[in-house]
Design a protein around this ligand. Structure first.
Ligand code: ATP
Ligand code: MN
Length: 462
């Protein structure tokens, strides 16, 4: 007999009276001398299906072995439910136990564990309702992301995870080597990278953008979506050492086009979540964040506020707010500043542009004032920066001057500079931190809770 998933059952794809086979893990078991009620979840949907087992039909020993966490296959008749909270249930005819879960040692025996505790058992937490919901939403958002770009003629470009360029991430990159760290080959006291795997030092990527630009200079519209690594030692609820980044890069786009795309993209994803993940969102809304669904709805209807960094500094200085970090023209904004603008001042998402060039990367296009660059950061409620992007500097001489000023060796970036040497074009792009975005969509407050296996300083167990 063919297995049916709980989602399909609850969506009415089978009629009452038919015999069905479900497989899944026991969420709860209760009952009395005559009957056992077993809630089974197979991860296809947040809801469990209730299995009713009349004890006269089953071996007592078998029923005893069933407890929270056990894995079962149940065959039975789909019947209308008398109980509250579900429309149908299964009247069990046959129960097979794939695997028991000893109640003495199974860590998820009880409900209501803290998220902190669940992080310590990341190998089992997908079996909770919360993480089931989060990971289903994560999947839907990845699928929506690809759909969004595909519908608009973008190509998914796979940029490398191992890179020999460290122009962007100096100081916060993980090194990749096959050298024996106990016996590192040296020449005149210096590490001899000629003896390493690639014949030069290599690292894990901090961004696919530079390679993405190479793609955009041929395919016009590309995007990357993959793991990104940063060894920044920031133990915050918004930073991971391994996270997923999505980076579209478009030839012939200027900063306005870039902002339009970012805004349309974010709204598309949030709308998708509201249309496809309502069960899971409702669960997270009720349990963690009573304003979640309202907040999601609020961003799809408003026009994001757009203003320059200079205007934002002015607002912050006149706000009368006490900030931990002082606000002056030229400083990098902290998330307390970003959140003030979004949550208190404008009460909607904000796109800030034209940042001081000294706090932004070398590849951003320098404005005519010579002081600011065509950067754009999208700031979201609860999160702060969710997207960082810019129009790129396409003028070879200006770019070379910037690199020189910032101490980035031209020699190592010859391939990047070639895009400006041969058929250069205006172009722009941005990077979305996928987990930052998931924090917004799920209402979770710690970034470790929106990725299945979080990597943070001193933590890489599973
Ligand atoms: P922040 O100042 O918040 O550390 P950043 O300026 O270093 O961010 P970018 O280099 O612009 O970020 O990266 C693009 C996007 O990637 C950011 O807008 C953010 O959403 C995400 N991001 C950056 N660092 C991390 C991290 N360590 N963990 C998760 N997401 C990150
Ligand atoms: Mn950072």
């Amino acid at each position: 007999m063919k297995q049916i998933f709980v989602k399909n059952l609850l969506q009415g794809e089978v009629s009452v009276g038919e015999t069905v086979l479900v497989k899944g893990w026991v969420r709860t078991k209760r009952g009395n001398k005559n009957v056992a009620f077993i809630a089974i979840n197979d991860g296809s949907i947040i809801h469990s299906i209730q299995v009713v087992a009349d004890l006269v039909n089953f071996d007592e020993e078998l029923i005893k072995r069933i407890s929270t966490g056990a894995c079962l296959a149940v065959t039975g008749e789909l019947v209308a439910s008398m109980g509250q909270g579900q429309s149908v249930e299964i009247q069990a005819k046959d129960i097979h136990i794939y695997g028991e879960a000893d109640p003495e040692t199974f860590p998820l025996q009880k409900k209501g564990h803290t998220l902190e505790f669940l992080r310590e058992i990341a190998h089992l937490r997908p079996r909770t309702n919360t993480f089931g919901a989060v990971f289903r939403i994560r999947h839907e958002m990845a699928y929506a992301l690809h759909t969004f770009y595909h519908e608009r003629g973008f190509f998914y470009l796979h940029t490398p995870i191992i890179t020999a360029s460290d122009a962007e991430g100096a100081g916060q990159m993980f090194q990749v080597t096959t050298m024996d760290l106990n016996n590192v080959p040296k020449v005149e006291g210096e590490v001899d990278y000629n003896a390493d795997f690639f014949g030069k030092s290599a690292h894990l990527t901090v961004s696919g953008q530079l390679e993405g630009e190479l793609g955009a200079m041929a395919l016009s519209k590309i995007y990357t979506f993959g793991p990104t690594f940063r060894a920044e030692n920031s133990n915050t609820p918004r930073h991971l050492a391994e996270f997923w980044m999505n980076e579209p890069e478009m030839a012939f786009y200027e900063i306005q086009d870039n902002m339009d795309l970012a805004e349309e993209f974010l709204k598309y994803l949030v709308k998708w979540a509201l249309e496809h993940c309502m069960d899971d969102l409702q669960f997270l809304n009720d349990l963690y964040d009573k304003e979640l669904i309202d907040r999601l709805k609020s961003v799809i209807d408003v026009k994001f506020e757009r203003l320059t960094y200079t205007e934002a500094i002015d607002i912050l200085q006149k706000s009368g707010q006490k900030f931990e970090f002082k606000v002056d023209w030229g400083v990098d904004l902290q998330s307390e500043h970003e959140r003030y603008l979004v949550e208190k001042h404008f009460k909607k998402p904000v796109i800030l542009t034209d940042y001081p060039k000294d706090i932004k990367a070398f590849y951003m296009k320098v404005n005519d004032d010579g002081k600011t660059v065509r950067a754009m950061d999208v700031l979201f409620p609860r999160i702060g920066e969710i997207i960082g992007g810019s129009q790129r500097e396409e003028r070879l001489d200006v770019l070379k001057k910037r690199m020189e000023d910032m101490g980035i060796p031209e020699k190592e970036m010859w391939w990047y500079l070639d895009t400006r040497r041969f058929g250069t074009a205006p172009h722009a792009g941005f990077g979305l931190g996928f987990e930052r975005f998931l924090l917004f969509v799920t209402g979770m407050s710690n970034i470790r809770d929106v990725i299945p296996f979080p990597r943070t300083p001193m933590n890489a167990e599973f």
